[in-house]
Design a protein around this ligand. Structure first.
Ligand code: PLP
Length: 392
């Protein structure tokens, strides 16, 4: 065959970072190995979610069978999403909500909405931001977060219209974007006709104290954001939906480019390529976003946050430089000098049987760092902590 593959493949790194780590873990075949690399949910979905999905499955095998769902989501889920925002003091209308099969797919769909432009990515960052832009043959500008304590700095972005990815709390850095910093980006975007894609996959990890003292739960709390920000949300780390697959994006009605509403393009795009999220999953998502579902999520999130807090405490006492550890399930640490030349992953993996994710895996500028995921059951995480006490 002589068919040309997408040129964008040439710009991708060899393997997706987690595929490499999984291979190493599989090869080691050790029962004592503790995997703190991948950010997957460790606790099951809430009972209320399971019950809702069972009921929906019964409907599907009876009189109430449903076929194709609406491409942007069932009205009942959009209303649940709207009510979830209302509980946080944010107003979003049902017509602005686009239900999806997860935030990763939405990153791709949103990048594809736009024509020839530069995509700005802050790194270390979530790899699909880079990969999706590369596969869509976009120009990519990568900005080094390590120069700014791993918080995006708008002054490093050159003044031209562009698509800017922000992620808060950050995967992998664990840092959070304050309202003041976000306001700087919104002002920049309005001034330069740029668009911001704001990944809020971990927004529910931001504690009330930070929200009261300068944080935001949702980008639309910032004046002007409805004119320039698309928000991406995920139920994966909020409600253990990593294996169920559901999230959503908010495309505000004020988001207009070239005199056209972006949400109209998005609706058109979905109708071409997406047949929506299954009824059973959407009923589960509705239950996850109910007050009962949210109560359960808070309990689980607090366990993960406790894990992160305990790890941060250990690193502080050992004088290790790190970021995250609060308002986030991730801790991003600099390899201690005492470990010598060996890479952080190899040091912890070979000597202590703990898998972490090398900082290099997060697009760029993460070389001397590694990420520890605290999305683990309490007992297992504390077992890992006892080992890490010896390692650091
Ligand atoms: N965005 C960020 C920042 C993430 O860390 C992840 C998953 O790790 C996702 C999006 C993917 O979310 P989903 O499972 O909804 O596709």
């Amino acid at each position: 065959m002589k068919i040309k593959m997408n040129e964008g493949f040439k710009r991708l790194k060899g393997n997706y970072v987690f595929a490499d780590i999984r291979k190493k873990i599989a090869e080691k075949e050790s029962k004592n190995l503790i995997d703190l690399s991948v950010g997957d949910a460790a606790y099951p979905i809430a009972k209320v979610v399971g019950e809702a999905m069972k009921k929906a499955a019964d409907e599907m095998s009876g009189e109430n069978f449903k076929g194709y769902p609406p491409a942007s989501g069932y009205p009942f889920l959009k209303t649940a999403i709207k009510n979830y925002y209302i509980r946080k003091g944010v107003e979003v209308s049902e017509s602005e909500v686009f239900v999806s099969d997860g935030a990763k797919s939405d990153i791709k769909r949103i990048v594809e909405l736009f024509g020839d432009l530069t995509v700005t990515i802050f790194a270390p960052g979530y790899p699909p931001q880079y990969d999706c832009a590369a596969l869509n043959n976009k120009k990519i500008e990568i900005i080094d977060l390590s120069k700014d304590l791993f918080v995006p700095n708008v002054n490093r972005v050159s003044e031209k219209p562009r698509l800017i990815f922000l992620c808060s709390p950050s995967n992998p850095c664990g840092t959070v974007i304050s309202k003041a910093v976000l306001k700087g980006f919104v002002d920049y975007a309005l001034k330069t006709s740029s668009m911001i894609v704001y990944d809020s996959a971990y927004a529910d990890y931001i504690g009330i104290d930070y929200l009261k003292s300068g944080g935001v739960f949702c980008p639309y709390e910032v004046d002007g954001a409805r004119k320039c920000v698309i928000e991406i949300r995920s139920l994966s780390k909020f409600a253990s939906f990593t294996g169920i697959r559901c999230g959503w994006s908010v495309v505000p009605s004020e988001l207009v480019t070239g005199g056209m509403r972006v949400s109209d393009f998005y609706t058109r795009k979905l109708s071409s390529e997406f047949n929506g999220v299954g009824y059973i999953v959407q009923r589960g998502a509705e239950a996850a976003l109910s007050t009962e579902g949210e109560e359960y999520s808070k309990i689980i999130i607090n366990i993960y946050l406790d894990n992160a807090y305990s790890l941060a405490k250990l690193l502080k006492t050992r004088g290790v430089k790190f970021f995250g550890g609060e308002n986030s399930p991730y801790v991003f640490f600099e390899k201690p000098l005492s470990w010598g030349k060996i890479a952080a992953f190899d040091y912890l993996f070979n000597k202590f049987g703990i898998a972490v994710t090398p900082g290099e895996g997060f697009i760029a500028f993460g070389k001397d760092y590694a990420r520890i995921s605290c999305l683990k059951r309490k007992e297992e995480f504390f077992k890992a902590l006892r080992i890490l006490e010896k390692a650091f």
